[in-house]
Design a protein around this ligand. Structure first.
Ligand code: FAD
Length: 743
């Protein structure tokens, strides 16, 4: 992908990765305005495409097929992806608040966070039913329901019902029935104990569809033995039953809620003009009526001139005009009006690869309609999964940028004093035992090393690994601390070296704040803080740390010290090199990266304490040289060998898939030079797992040699402390000198 190096002067934030945003982001990625930083904040890495959800429930699709991988897509499109939940906005100060990140500042905002059924109005609905949205919650419930039925006793009756007679209620129930029957029949079990109900407030099903569709569906429900409770307006839900306004009761063991949708409460709380259902009122440009620098689309938006039902088809159609109008707002061009269609093609499935199509008064049905729907849906999803053709990153309309090529080098490249001061004030106060640090800034920090202690020092620096600065700050600090923990030392203090790409002061300040707050979060967890550093502007983001630690001489862990018979323990799984190389090429799945990031954020602090307490004979952290490179260092000159159990190596999800795809970190070929340290590598020719040995790690685990007697117990302690994949990967032998032997 061609990179836009124009300094960013405006920040466009998309909240929520709904259908409308997915399309708008796709279009904006194709022609990005120069000098605009684009961020997507989504609480999910993979957002569901609702049109295919009943197909997933019925078992026709798998999870990945019906989810747009936002993480992967954003990486491809050069958009910053932040995995977090937005909890509020401050339109006056133009900031966005999130659950797990510091505030983000914006110049322009777009909101597409969808809707959820309104359970609050009906007593008991929240406690005793499951809403169809959020979809992730519905899918967990569905998993549990399938287990309940499959592990249950066929003599026990189960009544399953959806509340709401609209398309989603009917589709979900039919899909569930289809799948449960199929699973039971496969085991030659009876289905007679399962009963299905639709509780519809109106006097018919699919009230927004034409009478032909309604008739067809009545027939389907009859044929499938699904009981329709018409005109049943639920007024109360109790454990195991729903009660109507007229006092009728339907016994239901499982209640799925699919009634009218409502928006989240935070837009209204922020002062945005909203309808009673919490949806943001927008004009024909999809612009908030009360806040012109905020746009909204999809279910969360109410177009005041064109009221429409909440449906994905409308959200998808809003994507293109939204992209245009956001570009126009950034560049001062004219907006275009969006007039949603009055009649739209509706394709409603019946779970069994059969669907009913309707538009206005027309209706068609059949297996072929399902295949038609399937091809439309798959085509839509391919727009986000087939990322082979790189978007044209040639900057679109140019924004006005003050002398982009006239930035100073040397000391003139320092980040401005006032920005730095404002950011530093927001960091946690430094620990008290610092002689001179940020508490009393001077030309250099001064550390009072206690008598009898050794000063252990390490330095590390990184290029940007992820487009989430707060996360990157945490990972970089965690990685840098790894060396101190590998030495069995106590961290004492840190200095940061930051280089930020040229941008407007506001953007520089936000990025610096996120980076340093991220780093401080990790440092504070180890009871240490920043005592100094240096910030400058450059062509790309880099972040480094000098970490100081203190250790008693006798407690110091070093790479040397392996003893015959020792067991080798690795505390964290391998694979970050290939995974992030794949991510850079948009070839890694978003959830692999999400899980890898969680591992990278896991501190080695506790592992170091456990290993020190166990009297580990040798220790190192697995980082850039890969497992074999670091083993080579441990073995060097020892005259010993390590027998490594290749199949036992703990791996991050997606590692083998990335290696099989032939994607290696740029450091991998260098690490391959340690091949000579593996005595019998030729015996494993062509075995992809051997590549893991040379994969460089960021914020990798500790690799320690522990006596055989203690090894199992140490692994148990590590696992109990959250290093869930910690394991014994080999043992120290006297079979060959300074060699790794694969087993
Ligand atoms: C079972 C079912 C089947 C359906 N089938 C169809 C159909 O066939 N055709 C059709 O037209 N419509 C269908 N719909 C309706 C359709 O789901 C919605 O109209 C559509 O999803 C709305 O899209 P959206 O762009 O508003 O946002 P959504 O697709 O709802 O996405 C919103 C996104 O924002 C994220 N988000 C939410 N809150 C936050 C937050 N605070 N911070 C960060 N991120 C957040 C969510 O995780 C999600 O990724 C169906 C609905 C259901 C429940």
């Amino acid at each position: 992908m061609q990179q836009d190096l124009t300094p960013a002067t405006q920040h466009l934030i998309f909240i929520g990765g709904g259908h409308a945003h997915a399309i708008a982001l796709l279009m904006m990625a194709m022609k990005k305005p120069a000098g605009v930083r684009i961020t997507l904040i989504s609480n999910l890495v993979q957002t569901p495409y609702s049109g295919m959800l009943p197909g997933l429930i019925a078992g026709h699709y798998n999870f990945d097929q019906i989810h747009i991988d936002l993480g992967r897509f954003c990486r491809y499109a050069g958009i910053d992806f932040i995995e977090d939940s937005v909890t509020g906005i401050d339109p006056t100060n133009r900031t966005v608040q999130c659950l797990n990140h510091p505030d983000f500042s914006y110049d322009l905002l777009s909101i597409d966070t969808g809707s959820t059924p309104d359970l609050s109005a009906i007593p008991g609905a929240t406690e005793f039913s499951t809403p169809v949205k959020p979809v992730r919650q519905l899918l967990s419930y569905w998993e549990a329901l399938q287990n309940k039925v499959m592990q249950g006793d066929d003599s026990q009756e189960i009544h399953i019902g959806t509340v709401g007679g609209g398309a989603s209620a009917v589709e979900v129930l039919l899909a569930m029935q289809y799948k449960l029957y199929k699973m039971l029949k496969k085991q030659q079990r009876s289905t007679d104990h399962l009963h299905f109900h639709i509780i519809s407030g109106p006097q018919q099903v699919l009230p927004s569809h034409n009478p032909r569709v309604q008739k067809r569906y009545l027939k389907v429900l009859q044929d499938r033995n699904i009981k329709l409770h018409k005109g049943f307006r639920v007024s109360q839900v109790k454990q195991g039953r729903v009660i109507s306004e007229t006092g009728q009761t339907v016994e239901l063991d499982e209640i799925i809620w699919a009634t009218a949708a409502q928006g989240a409460g935070w837009p209204a709380s922020a002062g945005l003009e909203c309808s009673d259902n919490g949806c943001i009122r927008v004009n024909d440009y999809l612009q908030s009526l009360s806040h012109p620098d905020i746009f909204a689309c999809g279910d969360i938006a109410d177009m005041v001139n064109y009221p429409r039902p909440k449906a994905g088809v409308f959200a998808v159609r809003q994507g293109a005009p939204l992209a245009h109008n956001l570009q126009a707002a950034l560049t001062g061009q004219a907006f275009i009006r969006h007039k949603p269609q009055k009649q739209f093609l509706s394709l409603v499935s019946t779970g069994d690869r059969f669907a009913v199509a309707s538009k206005g008064p027309f209706s068609l049905a059949g297996d072929w309609v399902w295949r038609w729907k399937d091809s439309i849906d798959q085509r839509f999803m391919r727009r986000f999964s087939d990322l082979t053709e790189l978007p044209d990153q040639t900057p679109g309309t140019q924004l006005k940028i003050e002398n982009p090529d006239m930035r100073c080098g040397g000391c003139g490249a320092k980040v401005g004093h006032s920005i730095l001061n404002r950011v530093l004030k927001q960091l946690p106060p430094p620990p008290n035992d610092i002689e001179i640090g940020l508490n009393r800034p001077d030309d250099a920090a001064v550390i009072d090393v206690p008598e009898g202690k050794l000063l252990v020092q390490s330095v590390d620096s990184f290029r940007q690994l992820v487009n989430d600065d707060f996360l990157f700050g945490q990972i970089a600090a965690n990685h840098a601390l790894g060396d101190i923990f590998a030495m069995g030392a106590q961290p004492h203090s840190a200095q940061a070296l930051v280089s930020l790409p040229h941008a407007s002061d506001e953007i520089i300040e936000q990025r610096l704040r996120h980076l340093l707050l991220g780093a401080s979060k990790v440092l504070s967890a180890c009871n240490i803080g920043l005592i100094g550093g240096h910030t400058s502007e450059g062509t790309e983001l880099t972040l480094g740390f000098t970490i100081n630690g203190l250790a008693d001489r006798q407690q110091l862990l070093t790479k040397q010290g392996l003893q015959p018979g020792d067991k080798l323990i690795l505390t964290k799984p391998l694979g970050t090199g290939t995974l992030f190389a794949s991510d850079m090429r948009s070839q890694a799945q978003g959830h692999w990266i999400s899980l890898a990031l969680k591992q990278m954020l896991h501190s080695n602090y506790q592992a170091s304490q456990i290993l020190t307490a166990a009297g580990a004979h040798a220790c190192t952290d697995v980082t850039g040289f890969g497992l074999v490179g670091h083993l080579h260092e441990m073995l060097n000159g020892s005259g010993l060998s390590v027998r490594l159990r290749l199949a036992k190596l703990p791996l991050l999800d997606g590692t083998l898939a990335c290696l099989r795809a032939g994607i290696f970190s740029s450091l991998h070929p260098q690490n391959r030079k340690f091949e000579h340290s593996v005595l019998n590598i030729h015996e494993f020719d062509g075995e992809i797992l051997t590549e893991v040995l040379f994969d460089p790690q960021t914020a990798g685990g500790l690799l320690a040699a522990v006596s055989a007697e203690q090894a199992e117990q140490v692994v148990g302690e590590l696992q109990a402390s959250g290093y869930s994949q910690a394991c014994i990967i080999g043992s120290v032998r006297q079979e060959a000198s300074d060699q790794v032997i694969l087993a």
